[in-house]
Design a protein around this ligand. Structure first.
Ligand SMILES: [Zn+2]
Length: 430
C-alpha cells in the first residue's frame, strides 16, 4: 500500500519553536518529526512513499532525497522509496492528490507530516479492508474535544455526521476526533471539486458522512499534532519517556478499568434519567492523570436498566455522551466504554426479553475486561480494576487484575487496595 504524506502548508502557530524550516522538519529529541513518521512506516513494511511539498519543500527533498540517502541522525539509510509532488501554487491540502491520481491505483494511506504518531498500521489496514469502505478515518478521544471537530458514528462504525470545529454541536457528544490519518480509495478522487484549492476535510471527507461509505477506526494509540508550542513540548517529553512507542497496539497495554456508578458519577441507584448523571468530586482530575500516565482508562459498567426496559440503548448512549462531554470540558477522556445490558432474572413487566439472559459480561463475571483485553492487547496482570462494589472486585480478580475498592466503610472483598475515591486511588498508584 502506498503512503501519501502531506508536507505542504505553513506552521505559523509554532513559529516560535522554529520559523526557518518547514514544520515536518522540526526536531523531536534530535530527529525531524517527518523522519520519525517514515521510520515508523518503514518498520512495518510501508516503504512506498509520496510526499507533497510546497513552502520550503526543497529542505525536505534535500534531506530525504529518494529515500536511499543516509540519515544524519541514525547514520543509516532511510530505507524507503520516496517520490515528491511539488506544488508551485497553493492547492489546498488535498489539491495535490488529484495531480497524483495516476500514481494512486489502489487504496492508500494519507497522513499529515507534522503529527507525532506510532501506530500499528497493519491493524488499521486490516480493519479498513474488513469494513470495505471508501475511507477509514483513524479516530480517537483527545483532551480538548470542546474545540475539536467531532465524528459521529453508528454502532457499526459508519460515519453519520462530521461536525467541524465551526459547526454547532449537540449539548452532549462522544469524544471522538479525527486524528488526521486516513486510508482512502482512489475513487474518492474521481471528481475534482471545481475550486482552485481543495480542502480534504470539508470538500472530500465531510460529504461522505451519512453515505455509508466512510468508517471510523477508534484507537487509543499515540497521535498528537504539534500545532502549538505547548503541544510540541508535550510531544518531546512523551518521546523521551517512551510513551509514544509504548501505546502502539503491537505492544502489550496496561489499563485502569473503571466502574461507572459510584466510581465516576454519583450513585443514585438505577440511573434512568440523564439529569441524574453528575460527576463525583475530582474524578476529571483523576482520569486526566490516568490519561497522562500511559494507562488506558476504560469504563466497564453493568446497566441492567436496559434489560429492565427502563432505559433504551439510545438513552444510555446519551448518558455516556454526557459523561464524555463533562470529562472533556476538564481535559480528561475515556479510551473506551463497555457496558453489559443484560440481567438474568425474567418475569417483570416492561422487560426486554432479548436482554434477559445469562451472559458472560455482567460483573462479577470478567467478560467486559476480557473483551477489552482482546480489543486493545491489554496485559491484565499489569492492570487495575477500580470500583465501589463486590462485583467489581470479583470481576477484576477473575480477569487477573489488581483491584481497588472505593468505600468509606470497612468493606473487605479481598481487594488489593482500599481508597475513599478515584482521586485517592490515582494518587496512591501513579
Ligand atoms: Zn452481559
Amino acid at each position: 500500500m502506498k503512503t501519501v504524506i502531506m508536507a505542504g502548508g505553513r506552521g505559523t502557530r509554532i513559529s516560535s519553536v522554529a520559523s526557518d524550516i518547514p514544520k515536518p522538519m522540526i526536531k523531536i529529541e534530535g530527529m525531524p518529526v517527518l523522519e520519525r513518521e517514515i521510520a515508523c512506516l518503514k518498520k512495518q513494511g510501508f516503504t512506498d512513499i509520496i510526499i507533497t511539498v510546497s513552502h520550503l519543500g526543497n529542505i525536505i527533498m534535500d534531506y530525504f532525497g529518494d529515500g536511499s540517502k543516509i540519515s544524519p541522525v541514525t547514520g543509516e539509510s532511510f530505507g524507503v522509496n520516496i517520490e515528491y509532488y511539488y506544488e508551485n501554487k497553493p492547492l489546498g491540502n488535498a489539491g495535490a492528490l488529484f495531480e497524483l491520481k495516476d500514481r494512486l491505483n489502489e487504496d492508500f494511506l494519507l497522513l499529515n507530516a507534522d503529527a507525532m504518531f506510532d501506530i500499528n498500521f497493519k491493524r488499521f489496514v486490516a480493519y479498513h479492508k474488513k469494513m470495505g469502505g471508501l475511507v477509514t478515518l483513524f479516530t480517537h478521544p483527545n483532551s480538548h474535544p470542546y474545540d475539536s471537530g467531532l465524528i459521529v458514528a453508528d454502532n457499526c462504525g459508519t460515519v453519520e455526521k462530521w461536525i467541524a470545529k465551526e459547526d454547532i454541536r449537540p449539548q452532549f457528544y462522544k469524544n471522538r476526533v479525527n486524528a488526521g490519518l486516513h486510508i482512502i480509495s482512489p475513487s474518492v478522487l474521481d471528481i475534482r471539486p471545481e475550486t482552485e484549492k481543495v480542502d480534504l476535510d470539508r470538500q472530500l471527507l465531510k460529504p461522505l458522512a451519512g453515505t455509508g461509505k466512510m468508517y471510523i477506526y477508534d484507537s487509543p494509540e499515540y497521535v498528537k499534532d504539534m500545532g502549538t508550542p505547548d503541544r510540541y513540548y508535550t510531544v518531546c517529553e512523551d518521546v523521551r519517556t517512551g510513551k509514544v512507542t509504548a501505546k502502539n497496539l503491537g505492544n502489550k497495554q496496561k489499563a485502569i478499568f473503571l466502574d461507572r456508578d459510584g466510581t465516576i458519577n454519583k450513585y443514585v441507584g438505577f440511573l434512568r434519567n440523564i439529569d441524574q448523571f453528575e460527576l463525583l468530586d475530582k474524578v476529571s482530575a483523576a482520569i486526566k492523570k490516568i490519561n497522562e500516565s500511559g494507562y488506558l482508562a476504560i469504563v466497564v459498567t453493568n446497566q441492567p436498566v436496559i434489560a429492565r426496559g427502563e432505559v433504551s440503548v439510545k438513552e444510555l448512549e446519551s448518558i455516556h455522551n454526557k459523561m464524555e462531554t463533562l470529562l472533556g470540558l476538564d481535559g480528561a477522556f475515556l479510551d473506551a466504554v463497555y457496558y453489559c445490558p443484560h440481567h438474568p432474572d425474567r418475569g417483570y413487566e416492561g422487560e426486554r426479553p432479548e436482554y434477559k439472559i445469562q451472559c458472560d459480561c455482567r460483573k462479577p463475571k470478567p467478560g467486559m475486561l476480557l473483551k477489552a483485553a482482546r480489543d486493545f492487547n491489554i496485559d491484565l496482570a499489569n492492570s487495575w480494576m477500580v470500583g465501589d462494589g463486590e462485583n467489581d472486585i470479583k470481576a477484576g480478580k477473575e480477569a487477573g487484575c489488581r483491584t481497588a475498592l472505593i468505600t468509606k466503610e470497612d468493606d473487605r472483598y479481598n481487594q488489593d487496595l482500599t481508597v475513599m475515591s478515584l482521586w485517592q486511588f490515582v494518587e496512591e498508584i501513579l
